[in-house]
Ligand binder design. Structure first.
Ligand SMILES: *Cc1c(COP(=O)(O)O)cnc(C)c1O
Length: 395
């Protein structure tokens, strides 16, 4: 027996639920790539992508996933043998750094761990010790999707300035753009990147990169530049150059619709919605944790992200059995643990096109699964989420 017919809830941290409006916007014939509305569409998208990052810097849209956008950032500002500092707080900055290493970059990891945010004071101390200024760039993820942590990018930028170090600050915002504020210019971020398929509510396939003047200056002498990723090429006047070839037309139509939806809701409201739903998830997990078998991966409450929550299953209880139950019996697809959390955690995404029924439904189904599988937990997690939203969202 199952109760899974009906709409499936995708609660994985990317790709996320694509709004019907976005799907419909993509359902149309191809158009000319050399003239007409597509040119204006590109101009508007580049402007609005920069707007979501809050930068006066330049935006680039690639046909790529996040890994491609990573490569775009690295090739445009680094040279073989350059040294960079990667700030560990999960998996993703490490993965970005691994790619740099494979391109001939000298990568140092500022050791962190899977259960906490980057400590800005440690960044400051490391950079102060770099007397010769050999570190060219610092890489960090705003939200690490494996650990569920949120890093304080403003404080990290501040720490770099306090150290008097002029390395570029490069930020991965794949799991946070469109879910929480990103203040590129105010925080002193030089290069940032993201993708279409998480908070941006568009199918996978677009990578976003933004760069300020300082980064574009460094770019002029970067040795790792390649034709496809190259910013200078993409700054050319011809529309064709902006995508280094045929534009991904249908993804662009979808992205336009998604951005319109974000702006219509208002970015502040979008972020507030994420915060409320994230806290609803945390309320539920907090109650379940009373049974000792379940806990937050991120220890410090203020370091838990508003986009994704990683939940540990202790005492030999199998997270894959819980995921299978939720999927096969109830039609809710949860994220699995990755990296060090593989086989030890579930991940609940609350990013992008999410609302109260989706979040409350997901939490309720998890609770059904905990009961059905006999996993010890405090009773009333979903109720705590309901109470929280009822208090916060006034009539
Ligand atoms: C998903 C994700 C990526 C990788 O994106 P892909 O599109 O899968 O290549 C990179 N960084 C973070 C923080 C992510 O969440």
């Amino acid at each position: 027996m199952s109760v899974r017919a009906g709409r499936e809830f995708l609660a994985i941290p990317g790709p996320t639920t694509v709004p019907d409006e976005v799907l419909r916007a993509m359902h149309r014939p191809a158009v000319d790539i050399y003239s007409g509305p597509l040119l204006a569409l590109t101009d508007g998208l580049l402007r609005d992508v920069a707007r979501v990052f809050n930068t006066k810097g330049r935006a680039y849209i690639y046909i790529a996933n996040g890994h491609g956008a990573w490569e775009a950032t690295l090739t445009n500002v680094l040279s073989k043998g350059d040294k960079i500092l990667v700030l560990e707080s999960g998996r993703f900055a490490i993965g970005w750094g691994d790619n740099a290493r494979r391109m001939g970059v000298d990568v140092e990891v500022l050791k962190g761990d899977m259960r906490r945010a980057v400590r800005p004071a440690e960044v400051e101390a490391r950079l102060k010790a770099d007397k010769g200024g050999t570190i060219k760039a610092v890489l960090v993820a705003q939200v690490d999707t494996a650990s569920g942590v949120v890093n304080d990018i403003a404080a990290i930028g501040q720490a770099m300035r306090a150290a008097g170090h002029d390395a570029l600050l490069m930020v991965d915002a794949v799991a946070s753009l469109g879910c929480m504020p990103f203040e590129m210019d105010r925080w002193g971020v030089d290069v940032a990147m993201s993708g279409s398929q998480k908070g941006m509510m568009t199918p996978p396939g677009l990578g976003f990169v933004v760069a300020n003047d300082r980064a574009r200056d460094v770019h002029k002498t970067a040795g790792l530049r390649t034709p496809y990723w190259d910013w200078t090429e993409r700054e050319g006047d011809l529309h064709y150059q902006k995508y280094a070839g045929t534009p991904p037309e249908h993804l662009l139509f979808g992205l336009r619709q998604a951005l319109d939806m974000l702006f219509e809701e208002g970015l502040d409201n979008v972020f507030r919605r994420h915060r409320l739903l994230a806290e609803a998830v945390r309320r539920a997990v907090g109650v379940w944790a009373e049974g000792q078998a379940i806990g937050f991966n991120i220890i410090e409450p203020s370091e838990r992200s508003d986009a994704i929550t990683a939940v540990l299953l202790n005492g030999g209880h199998d997270p894959e059995a819980l995921r299978a139950y939720c999927n096969q019996k109830c039609g809710v697809i949860l994220g699995h643990g990755i990296g060090d959390l593989s086989g030890r955690a579930i991940r609940i995404a609350h990013m992008g096109h999410v609302n109260a029924p989706m979040t409350l439904g997901t939490l309720s189904v998890i609770e059904v699964g905990l009961n059905a599988l006999g996993i010890p937990h405090g009773k009333g997690g979903a109720q705590a989420a309901i109470d929280w939203l009822g208090e916060q969202v006034k009539a």
